[in-house]
Design a binder for this molecule. Structure first.
Ligand code: DGT
Ligand code: CA
Ligand code: CA
Ligand code: ZN
Length: 573
């Protein structure tokens, strides 16, 4: 099994947790935490970097010793230090550190005094009333520990896909907007950063004095449980299981509160560091110079005060955006209105639900200039994949349609399977009549990393290959990506002038944000496509664009921002 960056980060975080429980030196602990974060934020797999002979000690916060440890984790899945620590301190104790309100000291005490090692034992000890009796704990702490464990258990269940969260968020916001005296209302947090999944919704409101927005919130029909109800801050659980936080802030703090609750936490910390250097204090309440508020009404104002241009929410992940902002090198991100057409659309002929004409009409309503009809190829029998003869019929239909259409083009395409041996699922003479091909893996997900990569590379040798469809095959919360070396794939795409898809379907979002950033870094262009099966699916474009923005993509990095003439030139290369 190849070792992923988050596995390496998990090893370092666990080392840090166990060192902390042991009461070790703070600097040493912080070094491991920083290393975990650095590795987690890499836009490339550390294992790949090592394989390419790169020196990891050149990464910020990674010295020779840590670089050596990363090597060990890649080789063996762990490091000796962690195994030694586990010999002295039960590894499960690091889970307890995630119960908020329990720092390392308290975890150590609970272990020593009550022999608690797991979350279950902790819950039992709390239920028995044994925690309240410990010195420095008390009944209140005991109660909040129980609540925290319950919350953690729920959190461990899945994060909510962004598209699903939207379905709950939009009606709620419409409902809140009807409260008297409301001024601004915005959903901040990971939702505003357009992260593919969210844990909860963080809503921010400004309103006139005496507004009843908070009461309105806790009395919403869909509320299953009011977790807390305060004057400026409340939390509810919706029937869907989604948690929602609502905060009311004064207008003078709106910008700083918005920035704070948009996050990410790491981005906020990075910006705050810059503020501190300028002798400014940045908090959710505003920017203060010697206790005098100098900014806070708008986010623009807050960034400006610390000497930065506005940073788009999708970039706020502490993946280099603060540094880029400082140097005036933030990318001008792609916007949905830059998109001129959709390059992955299915019809009734396979598993879609509409005719080409219906799809054309819907695409024209979105002011597109073109769509590519890309039904499945024969290998996908469950979807009624097309045999060569059926592809020819479809091409004739497309050509006839194009003769009548003015100012709109239907492109001839196919979503052709990449077979196990790397060949494409249709003969060259058929593929040669198309404007583009979306080449996808739909079978044999379990191949080893080497074989899966070779399979795709071989497919890319076919001169009719244009776009690699949903490049990792993952389904969010449902199916892990297959093992593939996308670094190699992208290098081949770059060499041959081929493209990767950002599949905008909210269950896929594949390429993800990290891989989008990797593509930009390597100069590989992408197509953002919806994989439409029903007409409404064309609206998924916004999720693809959101993911692309999180991956630092500009309009120029995306081929379907081109006019049809320019696009055809790119496809011919
Ligand atoms: P999620 O909910 O896991 O999908 O991700 P977020 O980013 O929405 O996280 P959440 O809901 O826990 O917190 C919302 C924002 O509040 C977060 O993005 C940044 C801010 N925030 C939360 N805790 C802290 C903190 O301890 N320090 C700072 N600076 N900001 C925080
Ligand atoms: Ca959140
Ligand atoms: Ca929250
Ligand atoms: Zn597909």
């Amino acid at each position: 099994m190849p070792v992923h960056n988050n596995d390496i980060a998990a090893v370092f975080n666990q080392v840090a947790d166990l060192l902390e429980i042991k009461g070790e030196n703070q600097f040493r602990i912080r070094a491991y935490r920083n290393a975990a974060r650095t590795v987690d934020g890499l836009s490339q797999s550390a294992a790949d970097m090592i394989a390419q002979g790169k020196d990891l000690s050149e990464l910020s916060g990674i010295g020779k010793d840590l670089a050596g440890k990363i090597n060990k984790v890649v080789e063996t899945g762990t490091v000796k230090l962690l195994e030694d620590l586990k010999g002295e301190t039960p590894a499960e104790l690091s889970d307890l550190m995630h119960v908020s309100g329990l720092g390392a000291k308290r975890v150590a005490t609970l272990h020593k005094e009550l022999n608690v090692t797991t979350l279950d034992e902790l819950a039992q000890a709390a239920k028995d009333g044994r925690i309240a009796e410990l010195e420095g704990f008390g009944a209140k702490t005991q109660e909040s520990i129980l609540e925290e464990i319950e919350r953690l258990r729920q959190e461990k269940q899945q994060r909510t896909k962004l598209a699903v969260a939207e379905q709950y968020a939009e009606p709620l916001v419409d409902y809140l907007k009807q409260a008297k005296g409301i001024k601004e209302i915005v959903i901040a947090g990971s939702y505003r950063r357009r992260k593919e999944t969210v844990r909860d919704l963080d809503i921010l409101v400004t309103c006139k004095k005496g507004s009843k927005v908070m009461d309105r919130f806790v009395n919403y029909d869909e509320v299953q449980k009011v977790v807390s109800h305060g004057r400026t801050k409340s939390t509810v659980l919706l029937r869907s299981g989604l948690q929602v936080d609502l905060r009311v802030v004064p207008q003078v703090s709106y910008g700083s509160a918005l920035m704070y609750s948009t996050g990410s936490k790491q981005h906020n910390i990075a910006v705050r560091k810059i503020a501190v250097k300028k002798k400014l204090k940045l908090s959710e309440y505003g920017i203060f110079e010697e206790d005098e508020r100098v900014a806070g009404r708008t986010e623009q104002e807050v960034y400006k005060q610390v000497g930065l241009p506005f940073v788009e929410p999708e970039l706020r992940e502490d993946r280099g955006e603060v540094e880029a902002a400082r140097k005036g090198k933030l990318p001008k991100l792609i916007e949905e209105k830059d998109i001129r057409g959709d390059l992955h659309v299915h019809t009734k002929r396979t598993d879609g639900h509409h005719t080409i004409s219906e799809l054309v009409e819907a695409a024209r309503k979105r002011s597109y200039d073109y769509i590519a009809i890309s039904d499945h190829s024969q290998h996908v029998t469950v979807a009624g994949g097309l045999k060569p003869e059926a592809v020819r019929e479809q091409i004739e239909e497309i050509d006839r349609l194009n003769n009548h259409l003015k100012g709109f083009t239907v492109l001839r395409a196919i979503e052709v399977d990449i077979l196990e041996d790397g060949s494409l699922d249709l003969p060259d003479d058929v593929l040669g009549t198309l404007d583009l091909t979306i080449c996808s893996v739909h079978s044999k997900f379990g191949l080893s990393r080497g074989r899966q990569t070779d399979r795709i590379l071989k497919a890319m040798d076919n001169r009719h290959f244009t776009v690699l469809g949903h490049p990792t095959g993952r389904l969010i919360n449902e199916r892990e990506p297959y093992e593939v070396d996308l670094g190699k794939v992208m290098r081949a795409a770059k060499d041959k002038g081929l493209f990767l898809e950002v599949n905008a379907h909210p269950d896929r979002l594949d390429l993800n944000d990290i891989y989008c950033k990797m593509a930009v870094g390597m100069g590989v262009k992408v197509a953002i496509s919806t994989d439409t099966h029903r007409i409404d699916d064309l609206n998924y474009m916004r999720f693809g664009v959101g993911q692309a923005r999180r991956g630092w993509l500009r309009a120029d990095d995306v081929i379907n921002t081109r006019s049809v003439t320019e696009l055809k030139k790119l496809l011919k290369k």
